[in-house]
Design a protein around this ligand. Structure first.
Ligand SMILES: O=c1ccn([C@@H]2O[C@H](COP(=O)(O)O)[C@@H](O)[C@H]2O)c(=O)[nH]1
Length: 236
């Protein structure tokens, strides 16, 4: 799996995706999230793979173990490169998710890497404590979910840049730290709380960054992508 910045294709239709991607003229690492998948279904994923892009299918599954396992078995057929579940679903759910992916992956193909969402990058410590009734620091909660994801045999986690370094120390360099909440220093945070620039992400231990609006809403998305790519690569 390449480690180029992952572009979040948060669009409402396939047409918008194609017109966004046309000026890039190169294979990218893209993310299909709930907004796009709920509108366009598996067809958009097949099409992006056919176009030569790496695909992160960000559906954040969270249900009972059997349901998630069976869903993953079906999703494995799409041939994506990276997929995720909510670590809050628990160890048994994550094990079933991984086993479902293994069972559904077509012969001769690699199973997608699977990662657990720890605490969303839009969550603050205060919100976590008050709304989830988790009485520890946000960092400790993220680390707990990272260790649990590793125990369940997952390949890494979604976390913010702020926790990435501690996860390397605790789970090792080979365990993925996929970090959304990426902004240029001049950029608006929008609904994100735990944010950082691409350079800080690289220095603090992210293995991958996910970037949506800083690219998709830029006046010149190709230029914005190049800027972010260069900041990310500079500290490799
Ligand atoms: O904790 C999480 C998990 C997933 N996301 C997703 O990443 C992108 C971020 O978009 P921006 O426009 O760069 O804020 C978006 O698709 C989220 O669903 C996340 O932000 N945080």
């Amino acid at each position: 799996m390449i480690n180029n910045p992952i572009i979040a294709l948060d669009f409402a239709s396939a047409e918008e995706v194609y017109s966004f991607l046309t000026p890039f003229n190169e294979p990218l690492f893209v993310k299909v999230g709930m907004e796009l998948y709920m509108q366009e279904g598996p067809a958009i994923v097949y099409k992006l793979k056919e176009m030569g892009h790496d695909v992160f299918l960000d559906l954040k599954l969270h249900d009972i173990p059997n349901t998630v396992g069976q869903a993953m078995k079906g999703l494995a057929r799409l041939g994506v490169d990276l997929i995720n579940v909510h670590a809050a679903g628990g160890e048994a759910m994550m094990i079933k998710a991984r086993e479902g992916l293994e069972a559904g992956t077509l012969a001769g193909k690699m199973r997608p890497a699977i990662i657990g969402v720890t605490q969303l990058t839009s969550t603050s410590e205060q919100q976590m404590q008050e709304e989830q009734l988790i009485h520890t620091s946000l960092e400790e909660s993220v680390l707990h979910y990272a260790r649990l994801s590793k125990k369940a045999g997952l390949d890494g986690v979604v976390c913010s840049v702020l926790e990435a370094g501690k996860i390397v120390e605790s789970c090792g360099e080979g365990f993925l730290r996929v970090t959304p909440g990426i902004r240029l220093s001049s950029g608006e945070a929008h609904d994100q709380v735990r944010v950082a620039t691409p350079s800080i992400a690289r220095k603090q231990g992210s293995s991958h960054i996910v970037v949506g609006r800083a690219i998709t809403k830029a006046d010149n998305p190709v230029e914005a992508y190049k800027t972010i790519f260069n900041m990310w690569e500079e500290y490799a």
